[in-house]
Design a protein around this ligand. Structure first.
Ligand code: ADP
Ligand code: MG
Length: 249
């Protein structure tokens, strides 16, 4: 159960208005991307959803339960992988379950293998490349018992080739495990490739200016990214960002 409702959320830091009256509804099993330029308030919105920050106005509901300002209801993967360096890969991916006192080691080993990390179960994160760390971190989020996963620009530090591989892997894994995902990115192509729906934020302060349902069939492949239809969508989304006169894009 991962139905999230964001209702009239506003947040200021002192005089600075960062979020303004954000309304969003994410349904069970949906993959939704939040697209906006750097500094537009995307991470702040995630911190509010995850209960790390209290909004000045508005509420967050998960399956109709008010979770505003409460932590622990949502699986949150921060912008940097945040694996514990002293824990092995296996111990890291089991962390979310460990906190709930109920571990499924077999499933974890299975996912580690499918993520191409076989042989690294008992290695420390230092032994992994950037892309491998991201996969381990993502498995931890998937194995956590919370029904909704927030991913904050998980691939932004990766090179283009690794990024494309990771997007493909994320899509395939999501199709298999069907969780509700809210994904932050400033990359239009990434949002189009991965999402069922794209939500475009304005800046200063951020509010929802446009939403698109993405029509491409799954599984999506690299071929799609090179198609005319995809490029047309890319242009259309870009125009919708530029049209608000944003100098950051
Ligand atoms: P994004 O994730 O879209 O890049 P952020 O949500 O990190 O943007 O930041 C949005 C704005 O809020 C930025 O101008 C940033 O400097 C400001 N900001 C973020 N966190 C704080 C904070 N704790 N105190 C003051 N200003 C903040
Ligand atoms: Mg951010």
């Amino acid at each position: 159960m991962g139905h999230l409702t964001i209702q009239g959320v506003s947040k200021n830091f002192g005089q600075k208005e960062v979020l303004q009256d954000i309304d969003l509804d994410i349904t069970e099993g949906e993959f939704v991307s939040i697209l906006g330029p750097s500094g537009s308030g995307k991470s702040t919105l995630f911190h509010v959803i995850g209960g790390l920050l209290k909004p000045d106005q508005g509420s967050i509901f998960l399956n109709d339960q008010d979770i505003t300002g409460k932590r622990g209801f949502i699986s949150y993967m921060p912008q940097h992988h945040a694996l514990f360096p002293w824990r092995t890969v296996l111990q890291n991916v089991l962390l979310g379950q460990e906190l709930q006192g109920n571990q499924d080691q077999q499933k974890a080993l299975d996912m580690i293998q499918k993520a191409g990390l076989a042989g690294y179960e008992h290695s420390l994160p230092d032994a992994l490349s950037g892309g491998m760390k991201q996969r381990a971190s993502f498995i931890r989020a998937l194995l956590s018992p919370q029904p909704l996963i927030l991913l904050d620009e998980p691939f932004s530090a990766l090179d283009d080739f690794t990024r494309q591989d990771m997007q493909q892997w994320l899509q395939d894994t999501w199709m298999e495990y069907k969780r509700t995902i809210l994904f932050i990115t400033h990359n239009i192509e990434e949002a189009l490739f991965l999402s069922d729906r794209i939500v475009i934020l304005s800046t200063k302060p951020a509010s929802v200016i446009k939403q698109f349902k993405v029509p491409f069939e799954r599984p999506r492949t690299e071929k799609l990214v090179l198609s005319n239809e995809f490029l047309e969508w890319k242009r259309m989304v870009a125009e919708n960002i530029v049209r608000q006169g944003d100098d950051n894009v």
